[in-house]
Write a protein that binds this ligand. Structure first.
Ligand SMILES: C[S@@+](CC[C@H](N)C(=O)[O-])C[C@H]1O[C@@H](n2cnc3c(N)ncnc32)[C@H](O)[C@@H]1O
Length: 342
């Protein structure tokens, strides 16, 4: 057996067995080192290929590769994808499981390490990224690891408009193309395009992204700004004690866009009363929670993708009685608000 594969199997087993924060960190660090050893070319790890699509920015190869170091995210997603493949294998014991991985980056981090755990005839994968260099890197990695016995395909395409081939009825779609507060990156536009193309039995990873809104003191909220902060976010930082969650604004899941009749790229909330007294919670904040699959979740500040996001300070809204929040992903995804005067 190829020694890289043996190493890969060892690392992925340690990820799947990880229970404690220390296990999460050490197993993801091993995976990061493994990739750093295998992918060294500047051609794949360039900063120069960030692409703006309708719906957000596709990160450069270098930044997409660095996502492996968002340790809790990486471990939680790999656990979730593994669980999804096992579930589909149990439900369809004789069928090949067709997987679309939309937004692989240069490492295809969330699927590639799992391949050696499954028989070659069980999985068929389309690796898709908008960056040609990232797809070239993934192709190179599958060669190095000797994974060519699997049915693997490669697509350089925009996942916000991609049409899943008819010969590939998809069972699992994996896409982690998100930034906290669902700003900047095109996760929602990608889900909007791909989910109506998924059969009812198919699984979307992440299964749900919850967006809650509340009033808080943003400066006192847990927030991880670099990878080294993440264990702190997970372990030590507590929610700000006067945080007031007001409502769940929406949940992004496979069902959200299936029956959508209009082509709207906005999600608009109701009007909510603004608090009269807010010295302990002067900011309008958005909280992102990710359910990767069932019980595998990431909550506030466990990962860079679940940091809280501040929309506006209440100090700037004097003279108004109500606020309405608008998530607009028609272009660069962003938060807007409308006000009702007193
Ligand atoms: C946040 S990185 C994640 C990389 C890797 N999947 C991981 O989880 O570590 C997102 C990747 O998705 C790609 N991407 C973003 N938007 C895309 C789009 N509209 N179409 C295709 N790829 C896209 C980016 O180029 C980048 O490689």
């Amino acid at each position: 057996m190829n020694s890289y594969i043996q190493k890969c199997e060892f690392i992925v087993s340690s990820i799947l067995e990880a229970q404690t924060p220390e296990d999460y960190i050490s197993s993801a660090e091993r995976l990061s080192d493994f990739y750093a050893q295998l992918v060294t070319s500047n051609e794949y790890l360039t900063q120069d290929n960030e692409v703006a699509v309708k719906g957000g920015v596709a990160l450069s190869g270098l930044h997409a590769a660095a996502c492996v170091d968002d340790f809790f995210r990486t471990v939680a997603f790999i656990k979730g994808v593994h669980k999804a493949i096992n579930k589909l294998s149990d439900d369809f014991p004789t069928k090949t499981i067709n997987i679309l991985y939309a937004g692989t980056g240069p490492y295809a981090t969330l699927i590639l390490p799992l391949l050696p755990l499954f028989d070659t005839n069980r999985l068929s994968v389309i690796f898709l990224d908008i960056n040609a260099a990232s797809i070239e890197s993934v192709r190179n990695l599958t060669d190095i690891l000797g994974l060519n016995g699997y049915s693997l395909d490669y697509a350089i395409a925009d996942a916000t408009t991609y049409v899943i081939p008819e010969h590939f009825p998809v069972d699992l779609v994996v896409s982690e193309t998100m930034h906290y507060g669902l700003t900047l990156e095109p996760q929602v536009a990608i889900v909007k395009n791909l989910s109506p193309q998924m059969p009812t039995h198919a699984i979307l990873i992440p299964q749900e992204i919850h967006i809650d809104f509340g009033y808080s003191f943003f400066a006192y909220e847990p927030f991880v700004s670099k990878f080294a902060d993440i264990p702190k976010g997970y372990n030590k930082l507590q929610p700000y004690e006067y945080r007031k969650i007001i409502d769940r604004l929406f949940t992004i899941n496979k069902e959200l866009f299936v029956n959508q009749v209009n082509n709207d790229s906005k999600i608009v909330s109701s009007f909510y009363p603004l608090p009269a007294e807010f010295s302990n919670h002067p900011d309008v904040c958005i909280y992102t929670g990710v359910t990767i699959l069932d019980d595998i979740k990431l909550t506030t500040a466990e990962s860079l993708i679940t940091n809280p996001y501040c929309i506006v300070s209440l100090l700037n809204l004097a003279g108004n009685s109500h606020i309405q929040l608008v998530y607009d992903f028609s272009d660069m995804p962003k938060w807007l608000y409308n006000l009702q005067e007193q």
